[in-house]
Design a protein around this ligand. Structure first.
Ligand SMILES: NC(=O)c1ccc[n+]([C@@H]2O[C@H](COP(=O)([O-])OP(=O)(O)OC[C@H]3O[C@@H](n4cnc5c(N)ncnc54)[C@H](OP(=O)(O)O)[C@@H]3O)[C@@H](O)[C@H]2O)c1
Length: 239
């Protein structure tokens, strides 16, 4: 998607995949800083939170969320971390006709993507936000940070039961691999709830399939990325 976007802009650049183990992150970043033709890179699971400590500067959004999903390499090799996951997710929902303001949202996940979504839900006026996570202490900490930044949003850690919410979102990595557990209690899904997903592959995750089976509208992970492509490209100096 990024390379198609670069082509459309007539931009002389290319995005290539780098596979990096957590224990190699520092070494790889040291090399990337020295690459004089590198404009930046996109950061994904599981590095979004760990990379914060390696950035020289953070945008306000990255600092607020505590996670980075894109890094710009400045001419002198300094690294500036940015964060667009949450804005991309909300923009994708809006493009599909789903409004967040005033709604009650429950989400699974409190990692890098989860933090981005949580702050964006609050920033865009969600009335209530329940965060469920395998490691509940992380959900509690995230909810407290969101509540402190956006007191108008009633953000709390909560159970896997989505009852009483309008939007039910998966922001964990559960559903990427065959045999993964479901992120939330899908037996409690019912219309008019909207089930929304961050995972792009498979396009229909078991969570979305269960929601469809129970008559709920669904929203897949692709629009979140599609909405971010121009923002990420501009952050790295194209367009
Ligand atoms: N569509 C898009 O544009 C887009 C953008 C960003 C990310 N994503 C997707 O979002 C997902 C999460 O990415 P991330 O960067 O947030 O990853 P991360 O920081 O590693 O966080 C992973 C999250 O999933 C939970 N989790 C992982 N394995 C689990 C398991 N076996 N059982 C229960 N919970 C589990 C973690 O819970 P704990 O805290 O308990 O470990 C945590 O909440 C990935 O699938 C990624 O591809 C999509």
């Amino acid at each position: 998607m990024m390379n198609t976007h670069y082509d459309a802009l007539g931009h002389d650049g290319v995005l290539v995949p780098l596979h990096v183990l957590p224990e190699d992150l520092a070494t790889v970043l040291d090399g990337l800083r020295r690459m004089r033709n590198l404009r930046g890179f996109i950061v994904t699971v599981p590095h979004k939170e760990a990379i914060v400590a390696f950035c020289d500067t953070l945008t306000d959004a990255a600092r607020e969320v505590g996670a980075v999903n894109v890094v710009r390499r400045e001419a002198d090799g300094r690294l500036t971390g940015g964060q667009f996951d949450g804005e991309g997710f909300i923009a994708g929902l809006r493009d599909a006709g789903h409004e967040v303001a005033g709604r009650a949202v429950v989400m699974a996940g409190a990692g890098g993507a989860g933090a981005g979504l949580a702050f964006a839900f609050a920033r865009h006026g969600a009335a209530r936000l329940t965060i469920h996570n395998r490691t509940m202490a992380k959900a509690e900490q995230l909810a407290a940070r969101v509540r402190a930044a956006y007191p108008a949003c009633d953000a709390r850690a909560g159970s896997a039961d989505p009852s009483g919410h309008d939007i039910v979102a998966n922001a964990t990595s559960l559903g990427m691999k065959d045999g993964d557990a479901l992120p939330l209690d899908v037996t409690r899904l019912a219309p008019p709830m909207l089930a929304a997903e961050v995972i792009m592959t498979p396009e229909v995750t078991p969570f979305l399939a269960e929601a469809t089976k129970r008559g709920c509208a669904t929203h897949g992970g692709k629009p979140m990325l599609a909405a971010q492509i121009p923002l990420l490209a501009r952050f790295m100096g194209a367009g």
